[in-house]
Design a protein around this ligand. Structure first.
Ligand code: FEO
Length: 398
C-alpha cells in the first residue's frame, strides 16, 4: 500500500523509510534508520525529483503511481547518482517510458556507467543556471559538485521558493511519519544524527559545501527538500549556521573530546583522571572508548569539540587498531583547526604516540601539544602532575 505525504498541495513526498539497514554505505551504523526522499510535483507537467534505494523500491513505485493518479510522468530530475537515490532509476524509467530525464553531463556519464540502457533520446541536459518551466513552476539548476559526488546538482523553484538540495541538509534517522523538521525537536533531539550524517558523508568536502552555501544564500528560500531526513519550512537559518561551522571546520563548542583505546584499562584510567581534572576546571568533556563506540560517532564529536585528546596503547609496534582506524577516518575527513593532546601507553616499547602523531600530522591548522604523556603500563603517582599540566593546557582559554 502506498505511503505518501503532501509537502504542499502540488508537491508529494513519495519516498520511504528503511529501518532494517544496519550500515549506511556499508560502514555507518543507522540504529534509527534512514529515509530516502523522492518528491513528485503535480504541475501542468509532472516532475519526479530523484528515486530511492533499492531496499524500498516496492513502496516507492506504489507511491509514485498513487501520487500520479493515472497521469503520465513527464520529467525525472536526477540530482545525484549515488545508488541510495539512483538504484531504482532503471525500474522507474522502464515503467514510465515517456518521462524525459533532466540531468547534467556528469550525471549522463554515470547513468551509462551504472545502467546498460540507451537513454540518449530521453535526456534533457542542463547546466548551471539553465531553467525548466513545468506550468506554474519554474526551476533553475545549481551545480553543487562534491556535495557529495562530483555530479551533484540542486534545483530551485522560483515560484514557490523551494530548494531541492540532494544530500545537503540531510540527516540519519527514519522520518517516522514526521516529514517536516519542525514536527520534531530537531535541535534538541535530531541534531546529533544530522551532525553525524554531515561529518561522515560530506565532512571531507567543506570548501565545496561552502561554495554551495554561498549560492544558496543568494536565493529566497521558503522550503528545503533534501534526499534524506526532514523537509525544512521553519528555522532553516539555524541549520545553515551549523553547516557554516561544520563546513569551515570551526568547532561548534568549546569542549574537549577524549577518545581512548585501552586493552586492560590502564590507559582508560589515565583518560578518566584527565576527564576529572578537566571537569574540575569547568571544562565540558565528551568521552569515547574507541573499542566500543563506532568511529562515525567519535568523528562527529571531533567536528563538534574544539580540543581533542587521543589516548592509546601500543599494539603490534604501532597504535591500537580501533584508535588507528579512528585517526585515519578523522584525517580522511579533513578535520582542521584543532588543538590536540596525546597520551601513549606501552609496557616495553611505547610507540603509539609517534604513530598517532604521524597520522594527525597530515591535518591542516592543528596544534599537537608538546606535553605528550607516556605511560609505562600504568599511570604512576608521580605522573599526576603531568595530567594536571595537560589539563591546564587544554583548559586554557576555554
Ligand atoms: Fe544520499 Fe550521496 O547519497
Amino acid at each position: 500500500m502506498h505511503c505518501t505525504r503532501k509537502v504542499r498541495e502540488d508537491l508529494i513526498w513519495v519516498g520511504a523509510d528503511d529501518r532494517r539497514l544496519a550500515c549506511f554505505e556499508g560502514v555507518y551504523g543507522v540504529p534509527e534508520g534512514v529515509s530516502y526522499n523522492s518528491y513528485l510535483l503535480l504541475d501542468e507537467k509532472t516532475v519526479l525529483f530523484d528515486t530511492v534505494d533499492k531496499a524500498v523500491y516496492s513502496v516507492f513505485l506504489e507511491n509514485v503511481a498513487y501520487a500520479l493518479g493515472g497521469r503520465p510522468l513527464d520529467y525525472l530530475v536526477i540530482h545525484h547518482m549515488e545508488p541510495d537515490h539512483a538504484a531504482t532509476l532503471e525500474l522507474l524509467v522502464t515503467r514510465y517510458p515517456e518521462a524525459k530525464i533532466v540531468c547534467n553531463a556528469k550525471i549522463k556519464t554515470m547513468l551509462a556507467q551504472f545502467f546498460a540502457l540507451d537513454l540518449t533520446e530521453r535526456i534533457v541536459l542542463v547546466k548551471e543556471g539553465d531553467s525548466l518551466e513545468t506550468g506554474r513552476h519554474k526551476f533553475s539548476f545549481i551545480m553543487a559538485p562534491m556535495v557529495h559526488w562530483p555530479e551533484v546538482m540542486m534545483s530551485y523553484d522560483s515560484t514557490d521558493k523551494i530548494l531541492f538540495t540532494a544530500d545537503a541538509f540531510g540527516t540519519f534517522g527514519a522520518l517516522n511519519g514526521r516529514l517536516f523538521a519542525d514536527e520534531t525537536d530537531f535541535f534538541g533531539e535530531r541534531l546529533d544524527e544530522a551532525r553525524r550524517y554531515y561529518t561522515n558523508i560530506v565532512g571531507k568536502y567543506g570548501p565545496q559545501v561552502q561554495a554551495a552555501l554561498k549560492k544558496a544564500a543568494a536565493l529566497d528560500i521558503a522550503l528545503v527538500c533534501p534526499l534524506h531526513g526532514f523537509v525544512w519550512r521553519k528555522d532553516f537559518d539555524r541549520f545553515v549556521e551549523k553547516y557554516q561551522l561544520w563546513s569551515s571546520y570551526t568547532p561548534e563548542e568549546k569542549s574537549v573530546l577524549i577518545a581512548y583505546a585501552s586493552v586492560y584499562g590502564h590507559t582508560e584510567n589515565a583518560a578518566n583522571i584527565l576527564a576529572v581534572k578537566l571537569a574540575e576546571r569547568g571544562v565540558k568533556v565528551r568521552m569515547h572508548d574507541t573499542s566500543v563506540i563506532p568511529a562515525s560517532y567519535i568523528l562527529s564529536d571531533a567536528f563538534r569539540c574544539s580540543r581533542l585528546v587521543f589516548a592509546a596503547t601500543t599494539y603490534n609496534n604501532g597504535v591500537f587498531v580501533t584508535m588507528e582506524n579512528l585517526l585515519h577516518d578523522i584525517a580522511a575527513h579533513n578535520l582542521q583547526n584543532r588543538k590536540i593532546a596525546l597520551i601513549e601507553n606501552g609496557s616495553w616499547a611505547p610507540t603509539s604516540g609517534k604513530a598517532m602523531r604521524e597520522i594527525l600530522g597530515t591535518l591542516k591548522n592543528i596544534e599537537i601539544l608538546d606535553s605528550q604523556i607516556t605511560l609505562k603500563s600504568a599511570l604512576t603517582e608521580g605522573q599526576l602532575a603531568q595530567l594536571d599540566a595537560l589539563a591546564d593546557a587544554l583548559a586554557a582559554d576555554l
